[in-house]
Ligand binder design. Sequence first.
Ligand code: ADP
Ligand code: MG
Length: 448
Amino acid sequence: MRAKNENERIACRYMLWLFVLLLASAAASANDRPLSITGATMGTTYSVKIGTASPGLDPLSGVVTENGRSSIDVLHELIDERLAEIDQRMSTYKVDSEVTIFNSSKSEDWFPVSAETATVVNRALEISAQTNGAFDITVGPLVRLWNFGAGSKANPTVPTGTEIERTQSQTGYSNLDVRLEPPALRKRIPTLEIDLSGIGKGYAVDQIASLLETHRISDYLVEIGGEIRVSGQPAHRSGQANWSLGIEAPRSDTRSVSQVLALTNQAMASSGDYRNFFEVDGVRYSHTIDPRTGRPVQHQFAASTILASDCATADALATAILVMGPNAMEFCNSNGVPALLFERTADLRSISFNSHTSDVFPVDQLRSLSESTAPDFAHILAASIIVIGIAIVGMGIGVIFRNRCIKGSCGGMEGLTDEHGRPLCEGCSNPSPECTNDPTLQQQQPAN
Ligand code: ADP
Ligand code: MG
């Protein structure tokens, strides 16, 4: 009887160590979540997530003890500084930004700007040419006429046809020149203005992505006001190979995700007519202007989601493709642009939509919301192991350190018998009446 008891204690010890190991691996898996940095910029919010396998940071603590500050805090500061620098160059809201100063100048000579403003303007002009003017950063005066952007009033009115024509004559991307070396811009008409709102957030996303990469962070998600770029993986140990990006349903009455796209090493940007708009006499006027008509877009296409290798391109194309509306799919298919478009099935207030995808859109990576929110098997397993492990470790500690039997009512154990039909008493702290007369039991039961 003694030898049997000794074996049980040894087995119990092994079980304890096994569960300690399982517990440690389950706890590590539960900790396998991206680190997060959030803040405000460009009149909106930003979010940066860092995958747990990025070599640039200690993924579990994020701590570098230099000057007593964590590497996450240092990174947060670097991100804020870089975003402030871009905003100071490209904002149309700041009175002293490079763009505002260029806009207020009436000179038709070369106007020196920073290399990055020239780079963004150059990319914007390329996209204007590619989209046949659907994307046009010279729409600024029209944006203002329609009461959007900096200086918008509380009660907007619809401008007259004459006002629209007059304002439209001050626009046109062919009236703008850019030079990269030395960086400068030039107006061909003195009243020309630029508005980088349709490409600036995407450009800033790309810049934060390269800032992370210079700090050896290769697994990340960068998001500014809904424009996103992802690289690598969110979590390695639990085998999440892609980032899950929510695509918003184009509804102005609520914020909800309609689908989830699993993506990595790509950028995604969306444009829609359902957030920034005003209504007069049942007509919706959104902040996306068709430069060819001088008016906000008026069609059944409510939103576009575009993928590209860089976010500046995705951002600008999302606006351009929303402008194109019914002609967008033909453009996307002939230019190899991955696009998802939402088209209203009825009037403006309709909450039912048809979605259309271009030929190269990765539909196999799209999932419905219910599929994507189901807890994955790895996390259910990790949680189960933790709960069972804690229980068994607790019991094991009792056995090892106090040589104590498993406590509790024992339920069915009380009724168990050995090969001779005698009750098995030693496993139970609440023994059956037969046990109380068993001399071996008296011997094994430690004093409470
Ligand atoms: P969205 O979420 O619709 O992409 P963005 O903020 O990225 O919104 O860009 C929309 C802004 O771009 C507008 O507020 C306006 O300042 C500017 N804009 C509007 N129409 C155009 C256009 N056709 N081309 C370039 N920029 C535009
Ligand atoms: Mg955009």
